[in-house]
Design a protein around this ligand. Sequence first.
Ligand code: B12
Length: 474
Amino acid sequence: MNILIISTNRNALPVPVLPAGACMVAEAAERAGHRVTLLDLMFSRDPLLDIRRAIKRATYDAVGISFRNIDNTIMDQPHSFINELVLVIDEVRKLTDAPIVLGGSALMIMPEEILRATGSTCAVIGNGEVVFPRLVEKLCRNEPLDGLPGVASLIGGNYRVYAASYGPCHSSTRPDYRRWLDMKQYTSSLSTVPVQTKQGCPFQCVYCTYRKIEGSTYRLTEPKSVAETTHIYASTGLQNIEFVDNVFNAPYEHALAICESIIRAKPRARIQSVEMNPSFFNRPLLSAMERAGFVGIGLTVESASDPVLSSLKKGFTARDVYKAAESVKAHQVPCIWIFLLGGPGETRETVKETLRFAETSIRPQDAAFFNIGIRVYPGTELETIARAEGVLTAPEEEMLSPQYYLSPEVTADWITLRVKRSMQNHMNFMDGTSFSFRYLPQINRLGYRFGLKTPLWRYTRFIRRGLRSVGMRV
Ligand code: B12
């Protein structure tokens, strides 16, 4: 069969990300004997024209659509990507009768709402590379989809989902990105090459969608295979690798074993992971990470205040956050600290507590990112809390448009003011406005041209100073 896969993500903030999932699905469909074309819209100047050209070039039996982001999750500058998706699907439908299958992380968060919003009938929940090849066979033979795990359908207004299909971790398949994507564009935008060392997330954070996307039990990739993948990418010129796990350092032993395998394999890779949990974080792990070639890490702590950490169900305490800072200080590797202010239980006092931590414990050469307000997704515990507190009144079907939780004890203006005040004295601090700063793509490209290496957030204090010297209020 002849299959077209379209990766719809065009968001270049804070950096363009490679459509790893779409590439994996494309390769899996090819292994199943199909002919596959992948159209990546990331750098397209005219996406609808490119779609028209691609579809006129061949007759397709099925079209897969990859949808990564519903919105940018930045409360004071919200941007939804749903309309772009609707335009893409409408265009495809005008040009071909081939069945359309939706997939991607955003799709899995709100499959029914997205099927309804786009007038589509079929989507994949779980590992696309396992489900998609089976699904297209059935679609093309006009067989009923009943009972196919990992398929959601909306037929005659009735939504049905057959149990999600979470297969074994797929990172042993390593997409040949150079074959599918314009890697020159990604490299010169300082994008990193995504690699998953595991799937599944057993943590219970009240706001999170990861369990919905990847399931709640770990499927670990063999450390040796992760090291091999890293080696293969690095030796073909793709040195900037990012481990895109939900949490890289849990299970702790797995993270350690990966570092040890990489140390043995000696790839010339520059590795990052910005999803680390302070509970499983110590100096032996950091030493191993440094020896393995980590050039940037991120601690997603969200808060440094116990009442907030407890109501977010983060599973660690402010003491763990302070301890993690001590470990970071004893090492060289640059670290970005990620905070989420305004969650349940947040008060002026708890915000001050978190900012006090950031101001006193984060090294000037590191960075901090403060997000204000938490995107609420249907089915999460945060949705229940938000409804009980009267913070959220929109019905579930309207939650595709960005809905945010903010603790009734604080206002967005007050938190923003406090964060901005802190940013005045700490040039290495950023807020949502910095992350959605519209010149970021140009800054990334300029950085690349001047030979700067990713992660660019290492240079936050210099970039902010530079931009302020030309009158920008960043
Ligand atoms: C790592 C990560 C990042 C890294 C990416 C680094 C990199 N080099 O790729 C960074 C930190 C840069 C990042 C940034 C952002 N991220 Co992010 N990120 C993730 C995370 C944790 C993993 C993504 C990943 O690579 N997965 C591995 C790949 C292989 O999986 P996949 O792409 O989902 O593909 C599988 C399936 O989706 C499916 N599939 C995919 N395509 C297709 C197509 C078809 C046809 C089919 C059938 C199936 C299918 O099969 C694939 C293989 O199994 C996810 C959460 C998650 N667990 O998914 C959030 C997530 C995708 N991010 C999210 C967001 C919001 C963002 C930002 C907008 C945040 C911000 N304000 O800046 C930016 C956007 C960046 C951009 N340019 O688009 C949200 C999106 C939800 C939403 N609200 O829209 C998520 C889901 C997290 C969340 N909040 O719930 N992110």
